[in-house]
Design a binder for this molecule. Structure first.
Ligand SMILES: C[S@@+](CC[C@H](N)C(=O)[O-])C[C@H]1O[C@@H](n2cnc3c(N)ncnc32)[C@H](O)[C@@H]1O
Length: 248
């Protein structure tokens, strides 16, 4: 089945994105300074875009998470976005690179949010094993693509019911639909996208923002509604009681 219909889909040209940045993005001063410093680094494209940062910040404000986990710190732009968005949020962020994260720490200190951001240096997959089930309300996955399948599974394990996973780079600069790209990162991202699409444990929303961002909501075990297992047991009890009264 094709999803194509007659509605117009906007193509985000360079000029249109410029306009979007001009009228649609308010980037706090500390973030701007950090982005400008990172722009001089050869790996600068690893940083999320300002409009994406603002989107994640908005989600943080709406979801009001007490505990956030980030996998992939780099120079700290996305963690600073989340920390500035919500003064009550505590963030744990994982990276294996001590050099890049030194820059992150400098800016967290300047913005006076360093007391709410804990950086753990080491291979993220190892660190993740130390977290208990259902520990976080929000998890942002933005590290090496080779481990994305494991980050997703671990993320689901340690996310609270109704918790949210944000997965970056799901469109992978368009390589997900380009047969010329059969490298392992592209294959892993394509596989993960399929897994998420068919995963009954979650609700999903894939957005073409930045390099593609999927929002995954972990269902609460009752099919995604707000009923807890206790309410379901009560409802079952009432049904049995009603049948019993009818038969009596
Ligand atoms: C895309 S960057 C993160 C960008 C960051 N979220 C931002 O927007 O500024 C990915 C980061 O993942 C880190 N990384 C890559 N492989 C890793 C691993 N196995 N364990 C921990 N961190 C890893 C890299 O050092 C890099 O800083």
């Amino acid at each position: 089945m094709s999803f194509y219909q007659d509605q117009q889909i906007i193509e985000l040209t360079k000029e249109l994105r410029e306009y979007l940045l001009q009228v649609g993005v308010r980037e706090p001063e500390y973030l701007k300074k950090l982005r400008e410093q990172t722009a001089n680094m050869p790996e600068r494209t690893m940083q999320i875009l300002p409009e994406q940062g603002q989107f994640i910040a908005m989600l943080v404000k709406i979801l009001n998470p007490a505990r956030i986990l980030e996998i992939g710190t780099y120079t700290g732009y996305s963690s600073l976005c989340m920390a500035l968005a919500l003064p009550t949020a505590h963030i744990i962020t994982l990276d294996k690179n001590a050099e890049w994260t030194k820059i992150a720490k400098k800016y967290w200190q300047e913005a006076k949010v360093d007391n709410r951001i804990q950086l753990i240096i080491g291979p993220a997959l190892e660190t993740l094993k130390d977290f208990k089930e259902e520990s976080f309300e929000l998890i942002f996955i933005d590290a090496n693509k080779s481990n994305y399948l494991d980050y997703y599974e671990e993320g689901l394990r340690i996310a609270r019911p109704n918790g949210v996973l944000l997965i970056d780079n799901v469109l992978w600069k368009g390589r997900v639909i380009n047969p010329m790209h059969s490298d392992s990162s592209t294959q892993t991202i394509k596989k993960l996208n399929e897994i998420i699409k068919n995963d009954p444990r979650v609700d999903i929303c894939m957005l073409p923002i930045g390099d593609g961002l999927t929002i995954v909501r972990k269902k609460d075990g009752s099919g995604g509604g707000t009923r807890t297992p206790d309410t379901r047991i009560m409802i079952l009890g009432f049904v049995f009681f009603y049948i019993f009264m009818l038969c009596a």
